[in-house]
Structures are given as structure tokens and as C-alpha cells.
Design a binder for this molecule. Sequence first.
Ligand SMILES: N#Cc1c(N)n[nH]c1N1CCCC1
Length: 326
Amino acid sequence: NFGTVETIPEAFDREYLSPVQIGTPPQTVNLNFDTGSADLWVNTNETPENQQNGQVEYNPTLSSTAKKMEGATWDITYGDGSASSGIVYTDVVSIGGVTVQSQAVESAQQVSSSFQADAASSGLLGLAYGTINTVQPVQQKTFFENAMNDLASPLFTVNLMKQAAGSYDFGYINASEYTGEIQYTPVDNSRGFWGFNPSGFQVGNSSFNASSWYAIADTGTSLLLLPSGMVDIYWSAVSGAKFDALQGGYTFPCNTTLPSFTFGVEEYRGVIPGHFMNYAAITKTTCFGGIQSSDALGFSIFGDVALKAQFVVFDGGDNTLGWANK
Ligand SMILES: N#Cc1c(N)n[nH]c1N1CCCC1
């Protein structure tokens, strides 16, 4: 079978939320689909009231198909320092008409401040490899891994948009969502991520700089995080841009016209329009850049700033990533 679900951007396209049905009768919660992690966790009746800010909850006691996974716990910390933990149920989970009968649903008994403040998000749905799922003592599979063998094709596609509704499609490739040909490239999943090797980059209409490095395709990260050498070259082309340690990255005058950023995947060239690199205004006149350094992380992340300019195929059958412009 196959299905499609809309994904809606929050402010600044900092995250995208999609409706998910959990339990019987179905309870709909909006979750942050994250190809950079592998836990499906959600605010529930077990999440302390003082750690919530109006989030919609999943309540397993109201679901006839919910089963507590005795002795199972989970505990996750993300790269930005945010964290959550709790216990585990299995229940029926459906996304866009694709149903998994027994999906591990992780109930949050603790969530850190950034999750507490994010009133629109009821939790995360991990779409990385299950090898980095945090459930103990028995590691659990992701929704996609559980659904994959029943899908028409063992893949999902990501079509994020700048400040507009996009979609996650499961089990099929919708030719109307992209232009040109899809460039497939092998995935390095040794660290549990959808890792790949970009082949270079280009700022605006200048020459292409061939270079091979490791990066991950991560819908759960807002920005495009690259080696500082590339980031310095990009912002050196923007008059008034400067590295502002206080803000933690490059800022630039909001009224500046920004050059596009092109990345290579083998012979393919993915183009990110210049205005996508204006992430958010800090003041009326100073804006924060959407391309920032990944040096502190140790690896590059193609987050939403890049992904919203592309149509991306996450193929779990042959462990490849497919890239296309749109
Ligand atoms: N940091 C970080 C991060 C990442 N690299 N992928 N997803 C992340 N988060 C999901 C919710 C909070 C952070």
C-alpha cells in the first residue's frame, strides 16, 4: 500500500509538523518527522502538567489497542541539547493511510524546556535507522521500518516547502513533486543516519568547487550546517555579513540580496535560492543566516534550509538517497 500526509511549517520553517493517528479509536497528534533520529515519542497523560504548554496528548488508557511494553524505557538527547524520556507502549499508528498494527509509541514522562515551549508539537516521529533508537532493553523499529515491507516501494519521499504545506509520501514517488531527473546516491548508514557524500558546492553563479565530505539529510534540523571553509566563502559574498559570536553565527543586513547556494551530489546540482538563506530577523535590520558552520558538530547537516528546495527520496530498499530540484 502507499500513502501521503501533509507537513506544515512552523515559524521560520524551523520545524514541520504532520498529523499522525495513534490508537483505537484513532487519536490525532501533530508530530515533528525527523530523519535525524529514530524514536517515536509523544506527550501523553503521563507527561507532567508543568512540562506542557497546551500540547495535544495521546492517552493510551483511551485506546483499546494500546499495550504497555513492560520494563521498557527510553531516553534521548538531541544535538541541540534538548532531551526527553519515559516509558513505552505499542499501539496502532497510521500516517496518510499507511498503518502499522504494533508500533512502539514512547510516552514522555520528562521533556526539556524547548519541547515544553513548543505548544504546536506533540512530539517526534523518527525516520532515521532503528539502530539509533533509544528504547531499552529491546531496541525498537521506526514507523517506516515497520511499514516498509508492506509498501508498494520500500521508500518515503520528503517534499518540504518554504512557508507552505508540503508532504511526506510513503511507498511511491509522485512525479508531480519534482522537475528533471532524480539523482540517486549511496547512503552511509553506519551512524544510523541517512548519510551521503556531497560532491562540492557553488556560491551564486561563481565556479563549482569540487569537494567530497560526509553529510546527513536531516528534516529535524532547521539550518544547513556545513564545514566552516564553505560557510566563510558563502558569507564573504554577502556585503555586511559578519560572524557574530553573541548570536552564534553569521548575520547580515536584512535588505541584502543573497546569492544562491548550489550543492553537488555526484554529477547532480541541487540549487537553493538565495532568499532561503535568510533564516530569521534578529532585529529590524539584522538577519540570521540559514547557512552556518557544522565544525562544532563534527559532521554536516542538510537540514530544512536545504531540504525545502529539494525533493528527496529516502530509499530503505537499496539504502540510497534520491535528490531532485522542484
Ligand atoms: N539538535 C538536533 C536535532 C537533529 N540533528 N535532528 N533532530 C533534532 N532535533 C529534533 C527535536 C529537537 C532537535
